[in-house]
Design a protein around this ligand. Structure first.
Ligand SMILES: C[S@@+](CC[C@H](N)C(=O)[O-])C[C@H]1O[C@@H](n2cnc3c(N)ncnc32)[C@H](O)[C@@H]1O
Length: 231
């Protein structure tokens, strides 16, 4: 990967490693930033596949296209647009990935409905995001989310799952990949005048990066002896 793509990575996970991409698939990265996950996906799906990146920021699109040129990857297209209104046709994508972007959207229901719309039947949603677990005072939630950075609107894991189900997804799972401890944020929180030791019980284990998986129902009918077919 070009160094600039690696340095521009602002994600909170590694969706391409977890998404189980296969040669020939079409992948869409929501909020592609400097393009690292799109370029990694393009390699995984190979020349018969395609990787789209969608971002609303001209500077990020310019950086991503520059990184694509440096990486010499052809099966990639970076598109300008918003994840709330994806500029791709219905049923056109095998896997939707995203790395720490959906939490930024003010209309997550719309993003999830759009992801569902563009996925082919049987297509997969495979996203890294920050989620919270359980009740906590609003002030604490606000300060911790500021510390984790760039994740203004993290959802509680149960709300995320409910929204995915409302959008039509099935086989929903949310798997923590990194749990944030109050100790990790001691310096930041102390600087804000917060008593970190008093806070610990309300924070530990409640903020996490997670891998969020779901499936659009449908797809090829399972045939006996065909392990690759989907229901
Ligand atoms: C935290 S960065 C993550 C970038 C990239 N996924 C990564 O892992 O490095 C958020 C990116 O999402 C883009 N973004 C945020 N909200 C968006 C929206 N509603 N529609 C399209 N892009 C959005 C920003 O321009 C930025 O490039």
């Amino acid at each position: 990967m070009p160094e600039a793509a690696v340095l521009a990575s602002l994600g909170c996970g590694n969706p391409t490693a977890l998404a189980e991409l296969e040669p020939g698939q079409v992948v869409l990265d929501l909020g592609s930033g400097g393009g690292i996950d799109v370029l990694l996906s393009a390699r995984r799906v190979g020349p018969a596949g395609k990787a789209y990146g969608l971002d609303m920021t001209d500077e990020m699109l310019e950086l991503a296209r520059d990184n694509q040129r440096k990486a010499g990857v052809a099966n990639v297209e970076f598109m300008k647009g918003e994840i709330e209104s994806i500029p791709l046709p219905d049923n056109s994508v095998d896997v939707v990935i995203s790395n720490c972007v959906i939490n930024l959207s003010a209309d997550k229901d719309r993003v999830l409905r759009e992801a569902f719309r563009v996925l082919k039947p049987g297509g997969r949603f495979a996203v890294s995001d920050v989620v919270t677990r359980g009740e906590m005072p609003e002030r604490i939630r606000h300060d911790i989310l500021l510390w984790v950075g760039c994740i203004a609107g993290a959802l509680d894991e149960s709300d995320y799952a409910a929204k995915l189900a409302r959008a039509g997804f099935t086989a929903i799972s949310i798997e923590p990949t990194r749990v944030y401890r109050v100790e990790d944020a001691r310096e930041f929180l102390t600087g804000k005048g917060i008593d970190v030791d008093a806070l610990a019980p309300q924070v530990d284990g409640k903020f996490m990066s997670a891998f969020v998986r779901a499936t659009k129902p449908g797809g090829r009918v399972q045939k006996p002896g065909d392990p690759t077919s989907r229901v």
